[in-house]
Design a protein around this ligand. Structure first.
Ligand code: PLP
Length: 241
């Protein structure tokens, strides 16, 4: 195959990440299969996804709708589970609801309502997470703890959405203790929602630079891009991040 050598590298990186996830889980007294790896393939071509798929990777995350739709069309029939993890513009809720299995970045009732309507009842419910923002100066996306609680109540009423948990993108921190403190804050919001009676099973947190700290705080999905695929070559300009 033309890119065999490069693909080998991706396979080795993927294996190394999975091994590191398993080790972090065991370290935290958890089973390796309690942490799922979401391969974040934004800015990488369908051919690369196809290669990773041959190793057994099934869950892929995308941030940009048009880019994702093009890859999905190329990769039909592979049984890939597609996760939308980017900011959601309300005029894009229809295709997002129709073409993804999961949406991690729900952060307001209006978006939840539109996804619910667009999903309809012919597909299985859309699996969703509420995006929380525990470092508010860093990004405008995401809810605070109080908003997360009311949004969770709202989503509970929507028949075509199934709330699975929370997603967070903390401010980058190189100090593992600081990383862990941020993930702990997300975990506390999650625990409050559980105590309020929401049947949740998903904490989507941790990326290439900080997934071990996230796993120590209970992450069940880590979203890893560059540590598997290498650096993203060009910033995508379809939407601002
Ligand atoms: C790009 C992205 C990731 C992956 O980031 P890496 O640092 O490349 O692992 C994870 N989550 C979200 C929401 C992203 O946008």
């Amino acid at each position: 195959m033309k890119n065999g050598r490069i693909m080998d590298t991706i396979g080795k990186r993927w294996q190394a990440i999975r091994t590191a996830i398993d080790a972090a889980a065991l370290d935290a007294g958890r089973t390796p299969d309690s942490v799922s790896l979401l391969a974040v393939s934004k800015a990488h071509p369908a051919s690369t996804i196809r290669e990773l798929h041959t190793f057994g990777q099934r869950r892929f995350g995308e941030n940009y709708l048009q880019e994702a739709l093009a890859k999905q069309a190329e990769l039909q029939g592979l049984g890939i589970e597609w996760h939308f993890i980017g900011p959601i513009q309300s005029n894009k809720t229809q295709p997002i609801a129709q073409h993804f299995d999961w949406v991690h970045s729900v952060d307001r009732a209006k978006i939840a309502d539109r996804l619910n309507t667009a999903r309809g009842n012919t597909l299985p419910p859309l699996q969703v997470c509420i995006q929380v923002n525990i470092s508010e100066e860093h990004s405008k996306s995401g809810t605070n703890a109080a908003e997360a609680a009311s949004l969770a109540e709202h989503i509970r009423q929507l028949p075509n959405l199934r709330l699975r948990g929370l997603m967070a993108i903390p401010a980058p921190a190189s100090d593992p203790a600081e990383q862990q403190a941020q993930f702990h804050a997300v975990r506390k919001i999650y625990d409050h929602l559980l105590a309020a009676g929401h049947a949740l099973d998903t904490l989507s947190m941790g990326m290439s630079e900080d997934f071990p700290a996230a796993i120590r705080e209970g992450a069940t999905i880590v979203r890893v891009g560059s540590a598997i695929f290498g650096a993203r070559i060009k910033p995508n300009t379809e939407q601002s991040i």
